[in-house]
Design a protein around this ligand. Structure first.
Ligand code: PHE
Length: 504
């Protein structure tokens, strides 16, 4: 009989009477435990070995835990220095002890709080007084002893309370592992007695094997697709990106086309076209990320004139403008867009893809930037689901129907609408959904029907309904996240990013 080398080695190292763990076998053979595990599974399939699996807790010292094994726990160093300075008789000034104990920085606090917790002494107005039995040294300190035991791999019988404490001090890490114990079966013994020859097998086809023609004579390792294997965490699309792509699919399915355009844009597109007066509070430096770049030179002159007119004098016979200042330089200044409605303006004006005839539907799922204060529901940047429908006759019912259809695709069926004010839409509605965990109503978007003062300068003479929805809030409703920072930025939980599947 012939077997691959590692399998044969494992078979020979295993015993019919004594269980050997995979770790022991790997140690003995000088092989990688992963390779030994694989060989063990293959031998199990052949019936040559039996495996018993138990779950076990693996304890490892953190870098800080290791360090204290060398230097001593900070509180014990303090006790030692204090004992030497006579603090078992009378309290000693802390300042005199720190140097002797080799303590500075965060270790001072660690030493003081643990000294008090363990009852080794008292700290009063900057002086340390030791308790009577404090100075017995590291041998009598359960935490110091446990650190040594863990380092030596002698973890049986350790007090779970002490381990909890070391873990909460960040000196110890616990993880679950599977321990596999291997024994030789009768068939394994018989096979060994019959004599087994080692074959060298090839694990993967390489370009060299192919070009040399050697591939036709080598023996390939058999794959066991059922074997347990370590998890390989490859790259994965971020949950936000996955959801953004779902949203795009849904909107394309609803007949929308995608818009694109600049993240840094002229205030003209971001605000002026939207009939936002230039002295509107949202246009001040408080909310806006102004960019120190040259003003945008290329803006459609005729459109700019019509927009300025609307701001100054209003639109229509009884229209009245803002009578507020309107300055071209201000319109040309460049900032990070605070909403993607700037894209809607570029498209509706005909500037992006030429004049559009109704009916039209457009969307974007893109980043926007606001100078907000970070909190569980606000970030300085987030993704906005922008969209608009252009048609001859549109009403609020069309708007509500579109949202109902859209959110239904994500399992959200309890939308609520609240009348709202935007300078650019009339009527306007804020959109709310109920958080699945907290049951709170959270704002998920803003919408409305564009005013004449917006559409007329753009040259649009039918109805346009539009919205901006927050992608992150949609995620909060879908998955029950309570903090937007769970899905954005560096505080994201890696397990979540690795395991979550976005469905709709
Ligand atoms: N721009 C709005 C916002 O960011 C959303 C919106 C877009 C509202 C279009 C109405 C029409 O909140």
């Amino acid at each position: 009989m012939r077997l691959p080398e590692t399998q044969l080695a494992v078979l020979e190292a295993a015993s019919a009477t004594d269980e050997r763990t995979v770790a022991q076998l790997a140690d003995e053979l000088g092989e990688d435990p992963v390779a030994v595990t694989r060989a063990v599974f293959e031998l199990t399939d052949r019936g040559f070995v039996a495996v018993e699996e138990t779950d076990a807790e693996e304890l490892t010292l953190t870098e800080e835990g290791e360090r204290y094994r060398g230097t001593g726990l900070p509180e014990l160093r303090l006790v030692e220095a204090a004992a030497e300075a006579g603090a078992d008789d009378a309290a000693v000034e802390m300042g005199e002890l720190l140097g002797a104990a080799g303590l500075d920085g965060p270790e001072v606090d660690i030493a003081l709080s643990n000294l008090a917790r363990k009852g080794y002494g008292e700290i009063d107005s900057g002086s340390v007084a030791l308790a009577d039995d404090a100075a017995e040294g590291p041998d009598s300190d359960p935490e110091a002893r446990a650190l040594d035991s863990v380092a030596a791999g002698e973890t049986g019988g350790l007090d779970p309370g002490v381990l909890d404490r070391l873990e909460s001090r960040g000196l110890l890490e616990r993880s679950e592992t599977t321990v596999r114990r291997v024994t030789l079966t009768d068939e394994g013994v018989t096979a060994l007695m019959g004599g087994i020859e080692a074959t060298e097998t090839v694990g993967a086809v390489t370009p060299e094997l192919l070009t040399s023609g050697e591939w036709s004579s080598v023996e390939f390792t058999e794959y066991n697709v059922e074997a347990d294997a370590g998890t390989v965490n490859g790259g994965k699309e971020h949950i936000l990106r996955q959801t953004a792509n779902r949203v795009k699919d849904v909107l394309v399915g609803m007949g929308f086309q995608e818009m694109e355009g600049p993240h840094a844009d002229a205030d003209f597109w971001i605000n002026d076209c939207l009939f936002m007066p230039q002295d509107h509070p949202a246009r001040t430096h408080w909310d806006r990320f102004a960019l120190d770049v040259s003003p945008m030179a290329e803006l459609p002159e005729d459109l700019m004139e019509r927009v300025e007119d609307a701001h100054r004098d209003g639109v229509g016979a009884d229209g009245d403008g803002y009578h507020s200042p309107w300055d071209e330089d201000f319109a040309r200044a460049v900032a990070l867009r605070g909403h993607t409605t700037s894209l809607s303006m570029r498209y509706l004006s005909g500037h992006a893809v030429g004049d559009l005839e109704p009916p039209q539907r457009y969307f974007s799922v893109e980043k926007v930037y606001r100078n907000d204060t970070l909190d569980p529901t606000h970030l300085l940047e987030f993704f906005q689901i922008e969209g608009w429908v252009m048609a001859e006759e549109l009403s609020v019912r069309d708007l509500m129907g579109t949202f109902t259809e859209f959110y239904e695709q994500f399992g959200i069926t309890d939308l609520e609408f609240k009348p709202h004010y935007n300078p650019y839409t009339e009527p306007s509605f804020e959109l709310f959904g109920r958080h699945p965990e907290t049951d709170e109503l959270i704002e998920i978007g803003n919408s409305g029907i564009f005013r004449e003062e917006v559409l007329s300068p753009l040259g649009v003479d039918c109805d346009v309904m539009a919205w901006g929805l927050a992608l992150e809030r949609l995620l909060m409703l879908m998955y029950g996240f309570e903090d937007i920072r769970d899905v954005h930025g560096t505080l994201c939980d890696l397990d979540l990013l690795r395991n979550v599947e976005v469905v709709y």
